[in-house]
Design a protein. Structure first.
Length: 594
């Protein structure tokens, strides 16, 4: 069985400002989950933790942690919240635990019936108190209360965001490690004595002998104690030394889990060890209940390479062990390692699965993105706005250029302040990336996206080693066609807009700029010192045609100059806004930095 759907009404940030009334056919969150791994990504306060908490609030956890409902669990002023969970693909061994509550519906695919389990948790409050509620299941609005035994089969394995591995792995009466081990089928053998218990009984006998045998060193200690206790009580009283307990539960509380031959392991190592121990719950051979793991902020205490190893192993969990996992992460490293259809983007209380049933991505798009969506590009899953560029030069310069615009009063927020990510596509395959945000149900992931690209309409051409300027009318005609083509291709969504460098390329636009041209020329001459720049424009054109211009070094130099060069600092707002050559950059940044 697996958790296939979660619906929320008025829980945490999942609510409506229009009405606090609950309509069962209009949940504030209706999220489909899949078998295997589901990873919630997005910025802080986007709803990831609320989803995890809603699940564990209903199902409870294997460590029997108590969850107290507070006023903060209700959306704003609402006096009622509701959580519904649905489970599908119940195996016979699982279904027998919930016979009284199982529902069914017609299965259009098979023509038969599809059985499922639906859980309901409905909580109310008034001005003074929150009213307790049963976990119910079955059909109808309210369902029927689950028994304690049935609920026990639904407990999940949960790993907190800030895991205290040292405490959790330490021995003691309430040791988490002992609880995990005690649940294992290894120690679930009824009255049968395990080999470990037998060995400890022998050890206990040896302990007693060490102190009671007058030929052993410990006898002196026992003799002194006995001398006192016989005076305190009576002459026949004797003491005895033994191991504190030999029943398996108490034995396990004495165990400590460590990395073999590792002295003083760090937080990252202990965290991975603790995760491995906790996930043991999901592989119990004696368990026919739910195998669901919840892990918040998987990357906690882990360096990037360790994150990669952990997520790679966890991704195999369903294939190898039929385990379902729901994770949250803020790590682009982890996001880049996963399949795109494993991801669910959370933005402002809305959730968007990226599976093939939901996005406008086609099968070939998934294959392409899986190959090229590296760590730097995976930032797009965590952004409030995006700027897609086709090369390194624009990516290097744009953030500083945005700060420059802010200093001039053209925008109110910088790239960082607006939560915008600049994504270097490394090509012109922008459409594949924008399709991630376009949905089959038309409820798109509505964040502003600017696409900055070159027109690539050459102002010069090279014929027989001669650089010649092309006719203006031809350039204008080709440019008009390119603008129309680009806008038709990309500008069919209100939140996506293409911004074209009408002046051939990014570098040629800087040269053509009345505000940046002088600084740009000085940088180019300094980098290409052996080049004759006496006739700058055709020589620049030649290098662009032959692709010998060192665009990356020029971009780095310009990046350093933008906010320090005195001539640029002296520019006024109106100087920038009237500069047509770079207006496409200004407008692209303004579009996303709202």
């Amino acid at each position: 069985m697996f958790l296939s759907n979660i619906k929320l009404w008025n829980f945490r940030r999942f609510g409506s400002d229009e009405t606090t009334e609950i309509f069962l056919d209009k949940p504030n969150l209706d999220l489909q989950l899949k078998e295997g791994i589901n990873v919630l990504v997005g910025e802080n306060d986007s709803g990831k933790t609320a989803i995890i908490d809603a699940i564990r609030l209903v199902l409870k956890t294997q460590d029997y942690e108590w969850y107290r409902i507070t006023d903060e669990d209700f959306y704003k002023t609402s006096n009622r919240f509701r959580i519904e969970l649905r489970f599908d693909k119940l195996a016979d061994e699982e279904a027998k635990n919930f016979i009284e509550w199982i529902s069914y519906e017609d299965d259009a695919t098979s023509g038969g019936k599809r059985f499922y389990l639906r859980l309901i948790y409905d909580v109310e409050r008034n001005e003074s108190r929150i009213f307790p509620s049963d976990i119910c299941a079955g059909t109808g609005e309210k369902g029927y209360p689950l028994t304690a035994e049935a609920k026990d089969y639904l407990r999940v394995t949960y790993l907190k965001p800030l895991r205290d591995a040292t405490t959790e792995l330490a021995p003691g009466k309430y040791s988490r490690l002992s609880s995990i081990l005690f649940s294992s089928e290894v120690f679930d053998k009824g009255l049968k004595t395990t080999e470990l218990e037998t060995q400890l009984l022998d050890f206990n006998h040896n302990v007693e002998t060490f102190f009671s045998d007058n030929t052993k060193e410990g006898y002196i200690i026992k003799k002194i104690i006995d001398d006192y206790i016989q005076q305190f009580i009576n002459n026949t009283t004797e003491s005895t030394f033994s191991f504190s307990s030999t029943d398996i539960k108490n034995i396990l509380t004495k165990l400590e889990l460590q990395i073999c031959n590792e002295i003083n392991p760090g937080l990252g190592t202990l965290n991975r060890l603790y995760m491995a121990a906790e996930l043991l719950n999901l592989k119990r051979g004696n368990w026919n209940g739910l195998r669901l793991g919840l892990i918040e902020e998987l990357e906690a205490h882990l360096h990037p390479q360790a994150q990669m190893k952990v997520i790679e192993k966890l991704s195999d969990s369903y294939t190898n062990d039929n385990i379902q996992l729901i994770l949250t992460t803020h790590s682009p490293n982890i996001a880049s390692k996963l399949q795109i259809n494993d991801l669910i983007i959370c933005i402002d209380g809305k959730c968007y699965p990226l599976g093939e049933n939901y996005t406008n991505l086609e099968k070939q798009d998934y294959i392409f993105l899986q190959e090229f969506l590296d760590v730097t590009k995976a930032n797009l899953f965590f952004a409030k706005g995006l700027i897609f560029v086709e090369g390194w030069a624009e990516q290097i310069v744009l953030s500083s250029f945005a700060n420059f615009l802010k200093n001039k009063g053209i925008i109110s927020k910088s790239i960082t302040e607006a939560g915008v990510s600049i994504i270097n596509v490394g090509s012109v395959a922008f459409l594949r990336y924008t399709k991630i945000f376009q949905r089959k149900d038309s409820l798109d992931i509505n964040i502003p996206i600017s696409i900055i690209t070159d027109s690539d309409i050459r102002v010069y051409e090279k014929i027989n080693d001669t650089i010649t300027k092309r006719p203006t009318k031809v350039i204008e005609s080709e440019l008009s066609e390119k603008i129309t083509e680009s806008e038709k291709k990309f500008n069919w969504k209100s939140y996506i807009k293409v911004f074209l460098a009408e002046k051939w390329t990014f570098e040629y636009a800087l040269y053509s700029s009345k505000t940046f041209s002088q600084v740009f020329q000085e940088i180019v001459k300094n980098i290409h010192k052996k080049t004759d720049w006496s006739n700058f424009e055709p020589k620049l054109a030649e290098k662009l045609i032959e692709q010998t211009l060192d665009k990356t070094r020029i971009a780095y130099k310009l990046n350093n100059e933008i906010n320090t060069n005195e001539s640029l600092i002296a520019l006024k707002k109106e100087d920038i806004e009237s500069d047509k050559a770079i207006s496409y950059l200004v407008e692209a940044i303004k579009f996303v930095c709202k």
